[in-house]
Design a protein around this ligand. Structure first.
Ligand SMILES: Nc1ncnc2c1ncn2[C@@H]1O[C@H](COP(=O)(O)OP(=O)(O)OP(=O)(O)O)[C@@H](O)[C@H]1O
Ligand SMILES: [Mg+2]
Length: 230
């Protein structure tokens, strides 16, 4: 397999073209990508918009852990990029994010025996949604787990809320608008109680976050609770 140009990167992975319509997502450290691929294939089979995965094409095959996951190449900007470029409104970003969370949580869990549990993404924010000609697609499933859907909603709210309370960010106001629309779109699906505290704690334990970002968590949680009552 020939590795082509870099088509994207994030904190945990770099994404390379490998042939006309596929990409290789290469993590910086090995993970259980087979589980990630299995979850993506499962939600796709339930009609959820994720790129097709090719679990048998692992350049770095061997054992449970691998750095490599091959998937279909999507075209279009991430929803964050489109927002920055003025191609989509903050209100729409919040609405689309809420719709994707609701759609994901309508699917029965893959492995859990608890009927209340669902597949959770746990990192569903505007930079992990790509706006393709076929609609929004959700990428970056490395945090996926099963559990209460309100936790997933709370995680998305916390991630946006962290930007909304950062007065030095150029996106403070727009993030607040996204958050308002997200909470509006989520309605009763959002967990403003324990789920919100748990989401904040999980986010705080994320090694990928800077100390500055962790410092915004409490204010983000307060803002989210204010928006509920306000
Ligand atoms: N299937 C795909 N097709 C085309 N481009 C993709 C695809 N998957 C990812 N990308 C590009 O690579 C970038 C990084 O992908 P991804 O979010 O999966 O990486 P990450 O390192 O896990 O990100 P994070 O910083 O959120 O942890 C995306 O923003 C997108 O531009
Ligand atoms: Mg990402």
């Amino acid at each position: 397999m020939e590795i082509g140009e870099l088509v994207g990167w994030g904190r945990s992975a770099a994404v390379y073209a490998i042939d006309g319509d596929r990409v290789l997502r290469r993590y910086r450290t090995p993970l259980n990508v087979r589980r990630e691929a299995a979850v993506m294939a499962y939600v796709a089979a339930h009609g959820f918009p994720v790129p097709d995965v090719y679990p048998d094409v692992y350049p770095d095959a061997g054992g449970e852990l691998s750095t490599d996951l091959v998937m279909r190449r999507l075209s279009g900007p991430t929803m964050l990029r489109a927002l920055i470029d003025g191609e989509i409104s903050a209100e729409e970003v919040g609405r689309v994010t809420a719709g994707l969370l609701r759609q994901l949580h309508a699917i029965p869990a893959r492995v859990s025996g608890d009927p209340r549990d669902r597949v959770l993404h746990l990192d569903l924010h505007p930079d992990n949604v790509m706006l393709t000609p076929h609609g929004p697609y959700v990428i970056d499933w490395c945090n996926t787990q099963e559990g209460p859907p309100g936790l997933d909603c709370a995680m998305s709210a916390v991630i946006v809320g962290q930007v909304a309370v950062d007065e030095e960010s150029p996106f403070t106001t727009v993030a607040r608008e996204v958050l308002v629309a997200l909470l509006d779109g989520l309605g009763d699906a959002m967990d403003f109680g324990d789920g919100l505290d748990q989401a904040s704690a999980r986010r705080g334990a994320d090694q990928g976050l800077t100390a500055r970002e962790v410092g915004f968590l409490d204010a983000a949680v307060s803002l989210i609770r204010e928006l509920r009552t306000g």
